[in-house]
Ligand binder design. Structure first.
Ligand code: ADP
Length: 713
């Protein structure tokens, strides 16, 4: 059996035990009730029997006394005395006077009785159920006076001493000093039915004679007053209909002798016993309730209670069974629901814990309730150190100070500023650093308390991307603009010398108007200059495109610094002289740099050309020094200088920071861009410092040559 049905089993067992116990108690109570009934009925009947016997004794005793005090009592006197008593106490079969007749008196006696009108009277004895004349004895105890005579005729003249039981009794009561004595059970002489009878003897002694000793008593005995009782009649006159009795004589010789029985058995063993002294004999009376009374008292309540108890047990067990089954079903349901809710809780928790966006919940006072790991990471706080604190801790000023008022205003007016909407805010980490954040706030109601949930996304990267995109866009726009400018510039730069060339050639094409020789020489000079300018421009463009395409190859070799500088100075010496400018170079030390000699010369030439170009008077000084494994070369002039705001553009292609009208004469705007790229290709850097009106200083560095690093770049 499965454990869950144990309560049902217990209820069945307890129910059966309870019902059985109740049945037994009720049965016991019924038994006790019947017992009480029996005792009551028995005591009542016993009292009545006792009363009857006592009355009878009284009657007989008074008659015996009457005989004792009278000299002689006549039959008539006997009847007159006995009649009324008998009438009041109708329990006797008969009251008799038994005189003692000596054998010598027998005839006289018999004759005297006959003379009284009882012809044929004689002293008799019983033999084979017949009364015959009493054989001769020393003394006789014949039944003489009988009241009532009618019905007892058979006893008239019967010698009581002729029967052993009667004789034993009368001798005993005669010889012993007792007032009366009852016989054992006898069948009465006059009995025609089957019931037993008994006799109660009262000895009567001669008036005035002693009867203390046995001899006295035997000698002076006059006779007996005798009560004749039919036991059945006597006991039945004390019958109220509720008891049956069995009466035994306990003093019978061999074993208790049955004196009387109602002869009805009610089938119950329940009996009540009493002992009664009747003329010196001991009667045991066993009372039983009659079957009628038993039937009346028959009570089925115990059985009914048992059946009801068992039915109730059955019902209770069924109810428990149903409840258990139901309970088990509910338990199962609860388990399933709990599992589902745990699963969904775990599911939600997993989402909460793994989502990359921060989730923070606060109550309506702004205190933090939960924070997911993403938010912990975002703000640098651990959950346990921030739970319960006001969410203001995550805000910089001025939001921090206005947040409480904001929540209050929302709770009272319901007008949202951010709830239900999302926006970008500035948030504050634990270390005080600030970062841009996308915040969306939702409102929820958990177990009747209003709460807010905030989803946070750190948009620092987004912002940076935005910024770089914006910059890229600006750069693209600038590049586009520069491209247009480049095209403008290049077309301008190309057209200007071409215009000069074509204009001059025009003067030589008309054969009739050819110029003078010296003029032709000037025209040729102009055409050459313009052609050279075009060539320079095209070379610069080619260099730049090579560099930008990554195709410029350097032929690196050790270059003696001072020789290199001196060579370039020689190239520009004539130009400087033309502009009355001093070229100053005083080498203090020498070194070898690692470079492509042609390109290195191009760099310095560019710088010196510019210096000469933008300096009207003064000097151009070249200084060198060694710094961090590099040779640093400075080219300083005393020229016009460059505006501070233009400084950043000088190294860009086609950037000329002065007016466009000077371009044709002064260059393509590519020189410094190429110079910078060439320096960088060598592994060096180039910078410019300048002050308008005072001059400019370009500084560039080239790595010092070392034997190990002699390779092409
Ligand atoms: P360009 O070939 O037109 O001279 P560069 O690239 O060589 O172009 O020079 C760019 C611009 O930088 C010049 O147009 C000029 O305005 C300025 N610049 C260069 N060198 C000097 C200098 N030494 N002094 C003043 N301005 C200079």
């Amino acid at each position: 059996m499965r454990l869950k049905y144990i309560p049902v089993l217990i209820s069945i067992v307890l129910g059966i035990i309870g019902s059985a116990a109740n049945y037994s108690i009720t049965l016991n109570n019924q038994q006790r009730f019947i017992e009480n009934e029996l005792i009551y009925a028995a005591e009542k009947r016993f009292l009545m029997i006792n009363e009857i016997i006592n009355h009878s004794v009284t009657v007989l005793h008074s008659l015996a006394l009457h005989f004792s005090v009278s000299e002689s009592v006549t039959r008539k006197e006997f009847e007159e005395f006995t009649g009324p008593l008998f009438h009041h106490h109708p329990y006797f079969q008969a009251v008799e006077w038994i005189p003692k007749i000596l054998d010598k008196e027998r005839h006289v006696y018999e004759q005297s009785v006959r003379d009284e009108g009882f012809s044929g009277f004689q002293i008799t004895q019983k033999e084979r159920d017949k009364l015959i004349r009493r054989q001769q004895q020393q003394e006789y105890f014949p039944v003489d006076f009988i009241y009532p005579f009618k019905g007892n005729e058979k006893a008239f003249g019967f010698d009581l001493a002729s029967n052993p039981i009667r004789r034993a009794a009368l001798e005993k009561v005669r010889d012993q000093k007792i007032m009366m004595l009852a016989t054992a059970r006898i069948i009465l002489v006059q009995e025609s039915g089957t019931q037993y009878g008994f006799l109660l003897f009262f000895p009567v002694f001669k008036k005035g004679k002693l009867h203390k000793t046995t001899e006295d008593r035997q000698k002076n005995l006059r006779g007996f007053v005798l009560g004749v009782f039919r036991i059945g009649d006597l006991l039945c006159s004390a019958h109220f209909g509720d008891t049956d009795i069995d009466v035994f004589d306990l003093l019978a010789e061999e074993q208790p002798q049955l004196l009387f029985s109602d002869g009805r058995s009610n089938g119950t063993e329940m009996a009540y016993e009493k002992e009664l002294d009747v003329g010196g004999r001991k009667w045991k009376i066993i009372f039983r309730l009659t079957s009628g009374v038993m039937e009346q008292n028959k009570d089925y309540s115990a059985e009914i209670e048992l059946i009801v108890g068992l039915l109730f047990t059955l019902l209770l067990s069924a109810v428990i069974f149903i409840l258990l089954t139901k309970n088990l079903a509910i338990k199962k349901e609860v388990i399933i629901r709990t599992k589902q809710s745990v699963a969904s809780e775990l599911y939600i928790k997993a989402i909460f814990n793994t989502t990359v966006d921060g989730i923070i919940t606060i109550n309506n006072e702004g205190n933090i309730q939960t924070m997911n790991p993403a938010a912990e990471k975002m703000f640098g706080f651990r959950l346990e150190e921030i739970v319960g604190k006001n969410v203001k801790i995550l805000m910089p000023e001025p939001y921090k100070s206005s947040h409480d008022a904001y929540i209050k205003a929302y709770l009272t007016s319901g007008a949202p500023k951010i709830i239900g909407i999302g926006r970008e805010v500035t948030a504050c980490r634990k270390d005080g650093s600030q970062f841009p954040m996308r915040l969306s706030v939702g409102e929820m109601n958990v177990e009747n308390s209003q709460m807010f949930v905030g989803m946070t996304i750190d948009i620092t990267e987004l912002k940076e991307t935005e910024k770089s995109l914006r910059e890229a866009k600006e750069q693209a726009e600038t590049a586009n603009r520069l491209k247009s400018e480049f095209l403008n510039t290049i077309s301008h730069e190309l057209r200007t010398p071409l215009t000069i060339i074509l204009g001059n050639i025009e003067e030589l094409t008309d054969e009739n108007e050819l110029p003078e020789n010296d003029e032709v020489a000037d025209i040729a000079q102009d055409i050459e200059n313009a052609g050279l300018h075009l060539l320079t421009l095209i070379n610069d463009l080619l260099d730049l495109s090579k560099i930008e395409a990554g195709k410029m190859k350097l032929m690196l070799k050790p270059v003696v610094l001072n020789e290199y500088i001196s060579d370039v100075l020689d190239t520009v010496k004539r130009l400087a002289k033309e502009k009355m400018l001093r070229l100053i170079f005083q080498p203090e030390f020498d070194a070898k740099v690692n470079g492509d000699p042609i390109r290195l010369k191009q760099v310095l030439l560019n710088l010196l050309n510019n210096a000469i170009k933008f300096t009207d008077e003064g000097s151009i000084t070249i200084k060198t020094e060694i710094k961090a494994e590099k040779a640093v070369i400075r080219v300083a002039d005393t020229g016009c200088g460059i505006h501070r705001e233009d400084l950043q553009y000088v190294f860009e292609s086609f950037r000329q920071v002065d007016g466009s009208d000077t371009r044709a004469a002064k260059g393509s705007g590519l020189g410094l861009a190429i110079t910078k790229k060439l320096v960088e290709l060598h592994g060096g850097t180039i910078t410019v410092e300048s002050e308008v009106g005072k001059g400019s200083c370009f500084t560039y560095s080239i790595p010092i040559y070392s034997k190990e690093e002699n390779h092409e770049s």
